[in-house]
Design a protein around this ligand. Sequence first.
Ligand code: DGL
Length: 259
Amino acid sequence: MANNAPIGIYDSGLGGLTVWREVRRLLPHEALVYLGDGKNCPYGSRPKEEIRALADEAVGTLVAEGCKLVVVACNTATAAAIDFLRAKYAPLPIVGMEPAVKPACLATRSGVVGVLATERSLDGDLFRRTAARYGRGIEVLTVPGRGFVELVEQDREQTPEAEACVRAAVGGMLDRGVDQIVLGCTHYPFLLPVLKRVLAGRDVTVVDPSPAVARRVAQLLDEYGLRTADKGPGRCRFLTFADEAYRLRLEKKAMESLV
Ligand code: DGL
């Protein structure tokens, strides 16, 4: 059975485009609707109840757009609301962002793994459970990426200020011997060029979970029999709770991210 309805992808802002890009590359025939809240971004230090209400409104919007599957491409919203969303919108398949602690813990040789994420993601149960399950015998260092989301939202990823923020966040981890750094927020891969500069000459692997999330989407489409029958490039649309200027930024950044 085929289903030509779109896949919905949601984030607090521009960050989920790092997941959108991987889904687009892996599933080019699927129509995609991206919703970047924009009006309430950043979510990172908001109370859980508030994030849950925002995520509810966003997923409700994507459902009203006729989406057959929704990706919550936001670690913070996943941590605050994934169980609630799955229960409320059942049987809609919903993919969330798992902190990629498992692959990092399996790959580490130094026994020290660093995780960069927002405050709210790091103090959530989801993260605690994952770290407890896979981090046994391994030192898991967590650091909030202070200022990272704002840098990306303001298109300031390539500034000296961005480099200073990244250096400040990873300095302590490097001193303690990390050889894996997990990106636990979907905004952070936009800072990869700066992070790579900061890590130059060091034997540190950066773990970005977005390709694995795209593979999970493909797997669920097959499981539910939801792949499109379309053979051409799928239509991509962009929505926001902010204004038209922000919507156009989403569209532009998405297209730039593909090249
Ligand atoms: N991109 C989001 C995440 O993955 C949210 C960042 C924010 O709005 O603070 O956590």
